[in-house]
Design a protein around this ligand. Structure first.
Ligand code: CP
Length: 314
């Protein structure tokens, strides 16, 4: 069996092109499974997985839990807000206590960049990063590219635009890594105050005129403005932001071409995207959510197969 080159999923930065192909092939098989009347396989029947969420989540948390249940794993859910962390226990002590209860794999969402790497250095477990602050969100980037691939095929040479709060976005950084691995061309469009320094080192160019950027692209991934990560104001107000960078039908109709529309969620309708675009024929936002389950099944299956477990292939 083909294997991933990594033992943890800390970020797309640590994957290679063969890893991505393997994950996409495996996710395609699991997508077929989750669309059957009986959506479960006993593949991870002997594995226990803990979902540790220290930041809010709807899609990622439910998607991981459903993926685990579809694979027959035992699942425990942990939320930082009502735990003994409030009594002064550290993240590492918390996780080592959870692992002492014979947990095999940890899915971690945490506000601190690098938290999943830190945890893997101080614990003996397989760690999956479900979003670490403004650093990486690898499963989101995998499902984004997988969703584009499903609709328009190989991403090599395709033009992919990312619009929104690039500076604070882990989705943007993970997308830059995966789109580079897959050979796509990448542009961003946003206020210049929301462009990270050194973005050119990631083969990303900047087009502040969104109409020009839309004319160029095959697919556009719209990102939310992450007010909760901003320590200061980066643009005057939401109204001006929406006029200049919000995706609405006027901008789409102006470019007169079919563009795939993605958004990782959560959506702020009327700010970065209007409702009519969310619900338009070219929007694949809910396909992304569906694909998230298949991608996460693939990741957990492939990482579990590197542990010393018997994977149930029936
Ligand atoms: N896309 C995403 O990570 O959504 P949640 O924050 O709801 O998990």
């Amino acid at each position: 069996m083909n294997k991933l080159s990594v033992d943890h999923l800390h970020g797309i930065k640590f994957l290679n092109k063969s890893d991505i192909s393997l994950i996409f092939d495996t996710a395609s098989n699991f997508k077929e499974v989750i669309n059957r009347p009986i959506k479960k396989v006993p593949t991870l029947r002997d594995i226990t997985i803990a979902n540790l969420f220290f930041e809010n989540s709807t899609r990622t948390k439910i998607s991981f839990e459903l993926a685990q249940k579809r694979l027959g794993a035992d699942v425990v859910n942990f939320s930082g807000s009502n735990s003994s962390l409030n009594k002064g226990e550290s993240l590492i002590d918390t996780v080592n206590n959870i692992l002492a209860m014979k947990v095999d794999m940890i899915v971690l969402r945490h506000p601190n960049p690098g938290s999943s790497i830190l945890l893997s250095k101080h614990t003996n477990s397989c760690i999956i990063n479900a979003g670490d602050g403004s650093h990486e969100h690898p499963t989101q980037a995998l499902l984004d590219s997988f969703s584009i691939f499903e609709k328009i095929g190989d991403l090599k040479g395709k033009n992919i635009l990312i619009v929104g709060d690039i500076l604070h976005s882990r989705v943007a950084l993970s997308n830059f890594y995966i789109l580079n691995l897959l050979g796509a061309n990448i542009k961003v469009s946003c206020p210049l105050s929301l462009v990270p320094r050194d973005i050119d080192k990631l083969n990303v160019s900047i087009e502040p005129n969104i109409e020009k950027a839309l004319k160029w692209c095959d697919a556009v991934n719209i990102l939310r403005v992450q007010r909760e990560r901003m320590l200061k104001s980066y643009f005057p107000d939401n109204r001006e932001y929406s006029m200049l960078f919000g995706l609405d039908l006027n901008k789409i109709n102006y470019v007169k071409k079919d563009i795939l529309i993605l958004h990782p969620g959560p959506i702020n309708r009327g700010v970065e995207i209007t409702s009519d675009v969310v619900e338009s024929d070219n929007s694949i936002i809910l396909d992304q959510v569906e694909n998230g389950v298949a991608i996460r099944m693939a990741i957990m299956y492939l990482l579990a197969s590197k542990l010393n477990f018997t994977i149930n292939k029936s």
